[in-house]
Design a protein around this ligand. Structure first.
Ligand SMILES: NC(=O)c1ccc[n+]([C@@H]2O[C@H](COP(=O)([O-])OP(=O)(O)OC[C@H]3O[C@@H](n4cnc5c(N)ncnc54)[C@H](OP(=O)(O)O)[C@@H]3O)[C@@H](O)[C@H]2O)c1
Length: 222
């Protein structure tokens, strides 16, 4: 089985890589610029691909002809100044975060769609509960919240559009996880989050089309 993972050099992406290698998959681990941790894994089933999802670049020559699973994991939080408050959020910051977190997964899917259709594969888009309108009681965080909310909608459209081709699409919330993004302040570790999300992916058929699902299997209202 072939899996392609973006943002795979650290954090949750690296956790996904380790999970699928341990389960005997061929893993295409995509990284933006730095791949030291991936190189340490030293596995014949691991294929490294430099891919910055914020750019229009076609890495298809380095990827497999059929893709059973694509995990759109790469993401950024954006500025941490003042919790991205209304006064401090800059339009350029917002556009950069939107480009990586929402346009990035769309770009990746546009490049890989024929290979996903060939395998009747699964697309897992890693969003965040921060993108849930129902869950937003504290405001602020304009760039991150908006980009992840937009990804939920993009992911749902993908789910509808791919249905006829036998490709399933799911949107994931990893939980609040100890990674660089949360300055290691999360409530759960990477292993717990990845173990949960990979279970959700494995049981994608049990969920409604394009549902937004947390690592523990709970439906995230948005
Ligand atoms: N941690 C949490 O609690 C949490 C909660 C909800 C959702 N999420 C989501 O889960 C995903 C992974 O987060 P994480 O916690 O593992 O964050 P992380 O530790 O900051 O890792 C982010 C990963 O994304 C990569 N990336 C960033 N911009 C990229 C680009 N333009 N092209 C390709 N790769 C890029 C980073 O690569 P570089 O090393 O090159 O920067 C890194 O590998 C993100 O989408 C995040 O929004 C995380």
């Amino acid at each position: 089985m072939n899996v392609v993972i973006t943002g795979a050099n650290r954090g949750l992406g690296l956790g996904f890589v380790q999970h699928y290698l341990a389960n005997g998959w061929q893993v295409w681990a995509c990284y933006r610029s730095e791949c030291e941790a991936l190189m340490k894994l030293d596995s014949e089933a691991l294929h490294l691909v430099e891919w910055d999802v914020s750019q229009d670049q076609d890495p298809c020559g380095l990827l497999p002809d059929t893709i059973d699973l694509l995990i759109n994991n790469a993401g950024i939080y954006g500025s941490t100044k003042g919790g991205q408050s209304l006064d401090l959020i800059a339009p350029d910051d917002m556009l950069e975060v939107f480009n990586v977190n929402c346009v990035g997964p769309l770009r990746v899917v546009k490049y890989l769609k024929d290979r996903l259709i060939a395998a009747q594969g699964v697309i897992a888009n890693v969003s965040s509960k921060m993108g849930s309108s129902s869950d937003n009681s504290s405001g602020g965080t304009y760039a991150y919240r908006a980009s992840k909310a937009a990804l939920v909608i993009v992911s749902k459209s993908m789910a509808v559009d791919f249905q006829a081709y036998g490709v399933r699409v799911i949107t994931l919330h990893p939980g609040w996880v100890s990674t660089d993004m949360t300055h290691h302040s999360g409530l759960i570790d990477i292993e717990t989050s990845v173990a949960g999300m990979t279970q959700v992916i494995e049981h994608v058929e049990d969920y409604e089309l394009g549902q937004f699902i947390a690592f523990d299997g709970a439906v995230v209202p948005y």
